[in-house]
Design a protein around this ligand. Structure first.
Ligand SMILES: NC(=O)C1=CN([C@@H]2O[C@H](COP(=O)(O)OP(=O)(O)OC[C@H]3O[C@@H](n4cnc5c(N)ncnc54)[C@H](OP(=O)(O)O)[C@@H]3O)[C@@H](O)[C@H]2O)C=CC1
Ligand SMILES: C=C(O[C@H]1[C@H](O)[C@@H](CO)O[C@H](OP(=O)(O)OP(=O)(O)OC[C@H]2O[C@@H](n3ccc(=O)[nH]c3=O)[C@H](O)[C@@H]2O)[C@@H]1NC(C)=O)C(=O)O
Length: 333
């Protein structure tokens, strides 16, 4: 089946000495033509030339060599098999809300997860959700149904798979607490179901981050509890987010994890170091929330990396605390 996949190949472009806005614009010109292909298996794979800046909330990143969108489990397994057969590096991407891609791009295949189904088991608070389903929508749907556990998810711009992988959390809630089981597919294309009790989660930590054999989380079954105040809580959390976070601007949420050993959050340390508004090129520490770094319009990956490094060094110098990134930087090759 995999041999029928048609995949676009794009030679990687090295950035020139021009500023990144120029580089990105000139790449965009070559990207005008988009292609939608129905392959001979009848599977609706869509292969498009893509800039990673179009696939990430930061809006940063050069081109990927290959790009596939998968809408169901079968397509995902076909895509993985194709990458394996070609010995091609691949990466599963959700909403790109926790990633920093390089302006040089990604020398491999981006598999964009669009597995977006949701199955509700009648009034029981049990939902089986595709890993590509938007996590914020699921937070709203489940709270509107009167179920508690994921009220915090409204406003989190990732996918259900990304949230399970990261053990996303806010307002004292976390994804892991609501999980009943997780379905995954391995690098060999084998499907497995893992029960919550077999899995050890921690603060922004899941066993999937260490699971060498993991290709992708494909679905998550949540077990939520009935609560009369779920909807109200969800709306309150979302309103708080709008008050305290720069949601209308291009960011990747919190850049750093909160240090575990200290009474202070990463944001407080950054603010107390006097770094709000600090800018490198097009990248800036938000004036609204110090742990959110904004792409002001034309930030390069280098701008963002430099800003992250400067903030880490300054906080370390002032407080002796080594901040640890929550976001992932993806090497181009
Ligand atoms: N609390 C908040 O306000 C915010 C929280 N976040 C957090 O970041 C998460 C990022 O989600 P999303 O944008 O979809 O992720 P991304 O597309 O940013 O992917 C980030 C990484 O997650 C892993 N991943 C994503 N989807 C899957 C999957 N289906 N199976 C296995 N691994 C996967 C991959 O890791 P690898 O490459 O190592 O395989 C990927 O590199 C959010 O759900 C949330 O947890 C982000 C922004 C704001
Ligand atoms: C945004 C993310 O998650 C967020 C999540 O939305 C919020 C809400 O519960 O709690 C965490 O932020 P946070 O710890 O910074 O929470 P906040 O309540 O906003 O701030 C904590 C403390 O820092 C202070 N604060 C915040 C922002 C700022 O610029 N300066 C500052 O001093 C606040 O006054 C508060 O006393 C998560 N971040 C981490 C790293 O755990 C994410 O994961 O990407």
């Amino acid at each position: 089946m995999a041999s029928h996949l048609t995949i676009y190949h794009l030679p990687l472009k090295q950035p020139t000495k021009l500023d990144s806005c120029h580089v990105q614009r000139s790449i965009s010109c070559n990207f005008k033509k988009q292609e939608s292909a129905q392959n001979s298996t009848g599977l609706p794979f869509i292969h498009r030339k893509k800039l990673l800046s179009d696939l990430t909330t930061w809006g940063i990143g050069g081109p990927c060599n290959y790009f596939i969108q998968v809408f169901n489990h079968t397509q995902l397994v076909s895509a993985l098999r194709y990458c394996n057969e070609q010995s091609m590096r691949f990466m599963i991407l959700g909403k790109g809300s926790n990633c920093l891609f390089d302006d040089v791009g990604f020398d491999g295949c981006i598999i964009l997860n669009r597995i977006e189904f949701m199955e509700k088991i009648e009034e029981s608070g049990v939902y089986r959700v595709g890993s590509g389903y938007p996590f914020n929508c699921f937070g709203v749907v489940s709270a509107n149904d009167g179920f508690s556990g994921l009220e915090f998810a409204a406003g989190v711009p990732g996918t259900v798979g990304g949230a399970a992988y990261m053990n996303a959390g806010a307002n004292g809630q976390e994804t892991a607490a609501a999980i009943d089981s997780i379905e995954i597919v391995t690098n060999e294309g084998e499907s497995r179901m893992l029960k919550r009790r077999e899995l050890n989660f921690g603060y922004r930590l899941s066993p999937f981050q260490e699971l060498k054999d993991l290709a992708s989380i494909t679905a998550v079954t949540f077990r939520l509890k009935f609560s009369k105040t779920a909807r109200e809580m969800q709306q309150e959390y979302l309103a708080r987010r709008w008050r305290t976070q720069p949601l209308g601007q291009r960011s990747a949420g919190s850049v750093f994890r909160n240090p575990s050993s200290m009474g202070f959050s990463a944001a407080e340390l950054i603010e107390k170091t006097g770094l709000k508004g600090l800018r490198v090129g097009g990248a800036m520490v938000s004036n609204k929330h110090a742990n959110f770094f904004i792409n002001c319009g034309c930030a390069t990956s280098q701008d963002m990396l430099e800003l992250i490094g400067l903030v880490k060094d300054a906080v370390n110098q002032k407080f002796g605390v080594e901040l640890k990134e929550e976001i992932s930087y993806i090497h181009p090759s």
